[in-house]
Ligand binder design. Structure first.
Ligand SMILES: [Ca+2]
Ligand SMILES: [Ca+2]
Length: 251
C-alpha cells in the first residue's frame, strides 16, 4: 500500500511539474510569434566601421529565434529520503558533476522538484490506553529546500505536497527590436543563445525535514519520528534556430 501511494504521488508530482513547464514553454514560443514590434534604429550602424566578413550583409536583415528542440536530463534524484525534524540533507555540486550527456548539449535552465513522499501515509506513532477510543489525527509534515545556482540566484521553497523551482541559467539576450533581431550575423545571434560561463560554478541544494506531530488526546500520546521526501534536479537543454524574417515566410 505504501509503495502504491508512493507511486501515485510520484506520478502526480512529475505530471504536475511537466505540465507547468509546458505552459511556460508555450508562452515563450507564442510570445515570439505574436509580438509585432516596429524596427527602430538598426544596431548594425554601430558595426559599419569594422572590417566586413562575408556574412556581414546578414546584419541588415531581420531574424527571429525559434526553440527548435528541447528536453530534460535528470541530474540527481532520490525518492525515499527519510529526515528527522530539522535534519538537513546537503548536496554541493558543480557543473563538473553534470551527467556526461548534459556536457554535450546547450543547458539553459535548471528545475528542482521536491515532495513529501509519505504525505498521505504519515508514520506517526501513538501510545496510551486512550488511543483505542480516540487517537487523534496526523499533522502534515513538510520539506523545505534552499537552492542556489552559479549566476547568484537562489530560492527557498517549502511544501507539504509537491512543488518546484525553476532557474534560468542562460543569460538571455535582450533586443530593442524584439521579436525581430537585426544588427547581427546569424552566427553572432546563435552564440548569444549558447550558455557558456553562466553554467560554470557551484550548485547548492539543502533539503530540510519539518516534522509535525498531531495533537495528543486524552491518555494517548502522538509522536512523529520523521518525514520521507523526494527530490529531483533536472537540467533543461535547448537548441535554438535563427530564422530569417521575411513577410513571404508566413503566406
Ligand atoms: Ca506528521
Ligand atoms: Ca511523519
Amino acid at each position: 500500500m505504501q509503495e502504491n501511494n508512493d507511486a501515485i504521488l510520484e506520478t502526480t508530482f512529475f505530471q504536475e511539474s511537466v505540465s507547468k513547464f509546458k505552459t511556460n514553454r508555450t508562452i515563450q514560443i507564442t510570445s515570439i510569434f505574436i509580438a509585432l514590434a516596429l524596427i527602430s534604429i538598426p544596431a548594425y550602424s554601430m558595426y559599419s566601421k569594422y572590417n566586413t566578413p562575408e556574412d556581414e550583409y546578414q546584419k541588415e536583415l531581420q531574424y527571429f529565434v525559434d526553440y527548435a528542440d528541447y528536453g530534460y536530463i535528470t541530474w540527481t534524484s532520490q525518492s525515499n529520503l527519510e529526515l528527522s525534524d530539522g535534519e538537513v540533507f546537503t548536496l554541493s555540486l558543480t557543473n563538473e558533476d553534470f551527467p556526461e550527456e548534459a556536457k554535450e548539449v546547450n543547458i539553459v535552465s535548471l528545475i528542482v522538484m521536491i515532495g513529501v513522499s509519505d504525505n498521505s501515509d504519515d508514520n506517526e506513532e501513538t501510545t496510551g490506553l486512550g488511543c483505542a477510543i480516540d487517537s487523534g489525527e496526523d499533522a502534515y509534515d513538510s520539506v523545505s529546500a534552499s537552492i542556489s545556482v552559479p549566476n547568484g540566484e537562489s530560492e527557498i521553497i517549502e511544501t507539504e505536497g509537491t512543488t518546484s523551482a525553476y532557474f534560468m541559467l542562460l543569460d538571455e539576450p535582450e533586443f530593442d527590436t524584439y521579436p525581430f533581431i537585426t544588427g547581427y550575423t546569424m552566427k553572432e545571434i546563435e552564440e548569444m543563445y549558447e550558455t557558456g560561463d553562466e553554467i560554470i560554478g557551484e550548485y547548492n541544494f539543502e533539503f530540510t525535514g519539518n516534522v509535525e506531530s498531531g495533537d495528543s488526546t486524552f491518555e494517548c500520546e502522538r509522536q512523529d519520528p520523521s518525514v520521507t521526501i523526494s527530490y529531483e534536479v533536472e537540467l533543461e537543454w535547448a537548441d535554438f534556430t535563427v530564422i530569417e524574417w521575411n513577410a513571404d515566410f508566413w503566406f
